[in-house]
Design a binder for this molecule. Structure first.
Ligand SMILES: [Zn+2]
Length: 218
């Protein structure tokens, strides 16, 4: 009699545990699904808001990429931080004093300087007989979204086809044929007399952007 009672009690207890376990499991699953759903909705909303802002944000008086008639034309490829609109020409050769966008006829080949980009990243420029190059470094995990306030609507569309966050490489030599390239590890682009390559430094978690000039070999 006692044995039967004990067995029934144990049975009942185990069923209660099972019951609680099922409730906990279902509840947990529900919360997980709800969390995922809310997260997904938030992602979609954020993305929709970003694309909407590309159309609705007022255009600036001067677009960083194309509407800057007073600035010199860029002969070398340029690095653009989509978030801040900071443009850095990966300049190697001396520009012409007479013809905007052209290079000086005589280039001194004993020129090595360290400069800084507007965001404070170092820019190493070597214009030597054996090698002509410009090297800079950017953070490896930089994924700040494009701020459309820096660009006209036409340039927003041109840029967004390639990237909507981080950096891009631009060829602005001809403003009616702007070329945009993604900045990604292992990339290499041949742009007229320049070769730009991107490598990843694991120790510092930086991307190294190297522009090699071929003015005297092309
Ligand atoms: Zn523009």
């Amino acid at each position: 009699m006692l044995k039967t009672l004990r067995e029934k009690l144990v049975n009942l207890l185990s069923k209660k545990w099972l019951h609680h376990l099922v409730i906990l499991y279902v509840g947990g699953l529900f919360l997980l699904c709800a969390g995922l759903h809310i997260g997904n909705e938030m992602c979609l909303e954020t993305e929709a808001a970003f694309w909407k802002s590309l159309v609705t944000t007022p255009e600036p008086e001067t677009c960083v990429v194309c509407c800057n008639p007073h600035s010199p034309t860029f002969h070398a490829p340029c690095l653009l931080d989509l978030s801040t609109g900071q443009l850095t020409e990966l300049m190697i050769y001396e520009p012409s004093c007479i013809y905007p966008g052209e290079l000086a006829e005589n280039q001194s080949l004993n020129h090595s300087v360290i400069m800084f980009t507007k965001s404070g990243d170092p820019l190493f420029i070597d214009r030597l007989k054996d090698i002509q190059r410009c090297v800079t470094y950017i953070p490896g995990q930089y994924e700040e979204p494009m701020n459309p306030a820096h660009y006209c609507r036409n340039c927003r569309a041109i840029l967004a086809r390639t990237a909507t966050k981080g950096y891009v490489l631009l060829d602005l030599f001809r403003l009616d044929e702007i070329q945009v390239h993604p900045i990604e590890e292992g990339a290499e682009y041949n742009i007229r007399i320049y070769t730009v390559s991107v490598s990843h430094d694991q120790d510092s978690d930086h991307l190294t952007i190297t522009n090699i000039g071929h003015l005297f070999t092309s």
